[in-house]
Design a protein around this ligand. Structure first.
Ligand code: NAD
Length: 361
């Protein structure tokens, strides 16, 4: 197969981790007889410096024409970088919102997997995580509070800020379908998370999710309030298979889920729309504190590339080969600094990429 991948290295550690993911994809191509062609695109701070905006329309068009997009991370040191003196819609992260919206990506998948070999990094008590856990947060990405009308104005002499949270039934239905589709290929359990005791948008969410569930009789549906879900993730993460939720709740819960796995450097993500074009990126940010030092863990980006093979190119065996290579490397005791433990071998970003490539045979 011949695949055209738009590659967006971004800022900070982005270029380093994307380089390793490309290396792994090339190795997969070599072993399985595929050709991956890459077109490098600018987004984030590097695009601001070149073009004055975090994502130009031309770059977005190029991404749209690709078969899939692999992204490192964007952004700088929020307290220090000149990028954050710009208005919010000109800052690096605005590029992320624009590309997700522009590519019609409304579904974000963030797997939270506790790898056996890294169970020591998990901050939860051992009896809660014995045997590991493996769930996916399926988050609506282009609606809700982050995309609603907002303004700040003086009301009766008092500064007042307003953000609006809107969902229509179609937005809910299409993300709910993804949630059930994904669950039907996993352990067949959807936990739909909302705040239906308070919010109208959540009451509509709950109603539509229930309607969609009728088309998936073999998938079990439960509802959970978001505050309870935040507690359950640290109390009993093994109970979850697919957590299905709206934009802001998903933002917060997926970060919480990443923390209970122990290392943000291990967590991949995918953003999907109606077709096969997706955006694949690590869950972490651009880590400016360790950029350019060969210290970043490239595994989250490499596992994101594995998700790309699965969801955009339907290369299931190839995707498994990457996941197994990561597991093999961890089993050999190879680590990057963020997941380093006593008695293990600490590798740099490049060396970790090489070690993973070597396991793909
Ligand atoms: P961050 O995820 O970049 O870093 C948090 C901590 O985790 C840091 O100590 C960092 O060194 C460490 N870390 C992150 N990824 C790592 C990796 N692969 N290997 C080893 N250690 C790793 O979050 P932050 O510091 O809050 O944000 C930094 C910048 O990234 C900000 O500008 C923020 O807006 C941006 N950001 C971008 C994205 C994105 O591009 N999708 C997501 C989150 C944050």
């Amino acid at each position: 197969m011949n695949c055209n991948i738009a590659v967006i290295p971004g800022d900070g550690i982005g270029p380093e981790i994307v380089r390793e993911a490309r290396k792994v994809l090339d190795k997969v191509g070599e072993v399985y007889g595929h050709t991956f062609n890459y077109e490098e695109l600018d987004m984030g701070g590097c695009s601001i410096d070149k073009y004055g905006e975090p994502l130009t329309d031309e770059t977005l068009e190029k991404a749209k024409k690709s078969d899939s997009v692999l992204l490192g991370a964007v952004g700088g040191n929020v307290g220090q970088s000149h990028w954050y003196e710009l208005p919010p819609d000109k800052r690096p992260e605005a590029g992320l919102l624009k590309i997700r919206k522009g590519l019609g990506l409304f579904c974000n998948l963030r797997p939270a997997v506790l790898f056996d070999e890294l169970s020591g990094a998990c901050p939860l008590k051992e009896e809660l995580t014995e045997g590991g856990f493996d769930f996916v947060v399926t988050r609506e990405l282009t609606g809700g509070l982050y995309f609603g009308d907002r303004y700040t104005k003086e009301v009766d002499g008092v500064m007042t800020a307003v953000d609006t949270l809107t969902y229509n039934e179609e937005e809910i239905r299409r993300i709910a379908k993804w949630g059930f589709e994904i669950a039907s290929k996993r352990s067949k359990k959807v936990c739909s998370v909302d705040k239906a005791n308070v919010l109208d948008s959540s009451r509509l969410w709950r109603k539509v999710v229930k309607e969609v569930s009728a088309d998936y009789p073999d998938v079990e549906l439960t509802d959970m309030l978001v505050d309870n879900c935040a507690m359950q993730i640290v109390k009993d993460p093994k109970q979850f298979d697919v957590i299905l939720t709206e934009n802001m709740f998903g933002d917060i819960l997926s970060d919480e889920a990443s923390m209970v796995t122990g290392s943000i450097g291990m967590l991949s993500s995918a953003s999907l729309g109606e077709g096969t074009l997706g955006l694949y990126e690590p869950s972490h940010g651009s880590a400016p504190d360790i950029a350019g030092q060969n210290k970043a863990n490239p595994i989250a980006t490499i596992l994101s590339a594995a998700m790309m093979l699965k969801y955009s190119f339907n290369m299931l065996e190839e995707s498994d080969a990457i996941e197994n290579a990561v597991k093999a490397v961890l089993k050999k005791g190879l680590r990057t600094i963020d997941i380093m433990d006593e008695g293990k071998t600490c590798l740099g970003t490049i060396e970790m990429g090489d070690a993973i490539c070597a396991e793909i045979k």
